[in-house]
Design a protein around this ligand. Structure first.
Ligand code: COA
Length: 335
């Protein structure tokens, strides 16, 4: 018979994993390179330290380690994985770092590609993967968030260098034809406000031959208008979450855990207050790792699943936001 050969599926969550580099950069150490203090950083951001990848580490390496751990929890063998999406803004290969992860995992049946949406990247990748799974054609996906922002931070800019760190996290998700644990999602982009946070390609010209010039492929440092990004997050995140709750017929009291992109403790508190979500439901590890961009959400998930705070069937509301500008929210049930 001609026509579609697959039906819509739901998705379920089977495993998680993470990887953090071992080098610890404390606030005290940052105070040795810029005019700041542990007290200032802690009060204004909640961050106490962050991890910095070694020179021989990169996004694929970190993402691979997080993926191995997620696959072990899911009890999957490499050949059963058919999709790998790597959310990153700091690829180890501009042509794509996900294929390196696929190769190291020996996941030879998996389609693998990168997706870039800065600190919303993990959420965008999760929703992208869920669409592949719900098509019925793909069954098992690894969604990885891995970033190495230390390579692009301006270590002389005290307004931004205090915030960022490196790390990776991963989720193993599976198609199911009798269950859907992804209740809903909402994703947004506003490129008109993109100048508030960016990592531009430098305008450096080179010469090939005669008058034929080209633009060299080098990137600048992270450039950020902290106050504008702060206002954006505190305003837009509660709106998108409220819309999602309404669309899915959930109340904020139905939520077991709120996992927000780990940018600044004051942003987390303000969003929680606006949504009237009890502080004890807001999970964070920002103090230890800072803002690891696409890795923050799976890093929090992995930590609190492994320490048994998040349990099977818990309802998790999650939201990512950042450069683009981009932001989004998803509502899911763990398991
Ligand atoms: N140490 C000490 N002083 C600092 C400092 C630092 N690390 N960074 C900035 N300051 C100073 C400023 O120079 C300014 O001094 P002035 O009043 O003499 O001009 C003062 O502190 C206040 O600066 P401001 O930018 O208003 O601080 P803030 O309270 O907004 O905090 C951020 C700055 C960056 C921590 C905050 O804006 C923020 O977190 N924004 C969101 C950024 C973010 O999350 N980005 C990633 C999104 S994915």
């Amino acid at each position: 018979m001609k026509g579609p050969n697959f039906v819509n599926n739901g998705i379920t969550f089977k495993g998680c994993g993470s990887y953090l580099p071992t080098q610890v950069l404390s606030n005290e150490k940052i105070s040795q390179i810029v005019d700041t203090s542990d007290e200032w950083i802690k009060t204004r951001t909640g961050i106490e330290s962050r991890r910095i990848a070694e020179v021989d580490e990169n996004v694929s390496e970190m993402g691979f380690k997080a993926a191995v751990s997620a696959m072990a929890m899911a009890d999957w063998n490499s050949e059963s994985v058919d999709l790998i999406i790597l959310a990153t803004s700091t690829p180890s290969d501009l042509f794509g770092s996900a294929p390196m992860i696929q190769s190291k995992l020996r996941a030879k049946n998996a389609l693998a590609f990168d997706l870039t949406a800065a600190c919303s990247g993990f959420l965008f990748a999760l929703i992208t993967a869920s669409q592949y799974l719900s098509s019925g054609k793909y069954k098992r996906a690894l969604v990885i968030g891995s970033d190495q922002l230390s390579s692009y931070v301006d270590w002389k800019d005290r307004g931004s260098c205090i915030l960022f760190g490196d790390g990776a996290g991963a989720l193993a998700i599976e198609a199911s034809n009798d269950q859907n644990n992804l209740f809903g999602f909402n994703l947004r982009t506003d490129g008109a406000r993109g100048s508030f946070l960016n990592l531009y390609n430098k305008k450096l010209d080179g010469n090939i031959v005669d008058q034929i010039k080209f633009r060299k492929g080098e990137f600048s440092n992270i450039s950020m208008n902290g106050q504008e990004v702060y206002k954006f997050a505190v305003r837009e995140v509660p709106i998108i979450i409220s819309e999602l709750l309404k669309e899915t017929n959930f109340d904020s009291e139905d939520i077991d855990w709120l996992i927000l992109h780990q940018a600044n403790q004051r942003i987390l508190d303000a969003v929680g207050d606006r949504l009237k979500i009890n502080k004890r439901k807001i999970l964070t590890n920002l103090n230890k790792y800072g803002n690891t961009s696409a890795a923050t959400i799976p890093l929090v998930l992995d930590e609190f699943i492994r320490n048994h705070k998040i349990k099977k069937n818990d309802i998790i509301l999650t939201s990512g936001f950042g450069a683009g500008l981009s932001w989004g929210a998803a509502l899911l049930k763990w398991g």
